[in-house]
Design a protein around this ligand. Structure first.
Ligand code: SF4
Ligand code: SF4
Length: 137
């Protein structure tokens, strides 16, 4: 049987945040997962990045189960980068990013971008005045 390993982003609505949904992937669908990131946005929507491994059939069933439960799924195939020449270090992205991928360097007031924390949600792209944040597929 074909084995797959995929990285996906799960968006949980508020009502599902406390439910053991991910645990059921293991118990009922024989999938293995590795939680790469978990966070909550201001609206208290849950965001989770999982690496899921298992048979293709189980994976498909598991994804169906998640979708039916009300979880929105996004493939992690997008990447967000910063055009360093355009960034003015204004800080607008720091407050909108749900995962804390931007940090202000206290000594220089420069805004650092940590791509490994990024979930590719796209919020900073809209928030950045000089359009320094770019989405790549
Ligand atoms: S919002 Fe844009 S210009 Fe401002 S610090 Fe962030 S990336 Fe740089
Ligand atoms: S796309 Fe921007 S706002 Fe969204 S997680 Fe990545 S860095 Fe943060």
């Amino acid at each position: 049987m074909a084995t797959v390993s995929k990285r996906i982003v799960l968006h949980f609505p508020k009502r599902l945040v406390d439910r053991p949904i991910v645990y059921r992937l293991v118990k009922d669908y024989n999938l293995e997962f590795n939680m790469l990131k978990a966070s909550f946005t201001q609206e208290e929507e849950g965001l989770m990045v999982l690496e899921i491994k298992g048979d293709q059939k189980d994976y498909d069933k598991g994804i169906k189960y998640l979708t039916k439960s009300g979880v929105r799924i996004q493939a992690l195939s997008q990447d967000v980068t910063r055009n360093e020449e355009r960034c003015t270090h204004c800080g607008a992205c720091v407050t909108v990013c749900p995962t804390g991928a931007f940090e202000v360097e206290p000594s220089t007031r420069q805004v650092n971008f940590y791509n490994e924390k990024c979930l590719a949600c796209g919020l900073c792209i809209k928030a950045c005045p000089p359009r320094a944040m770019e989405l790549h597929f």
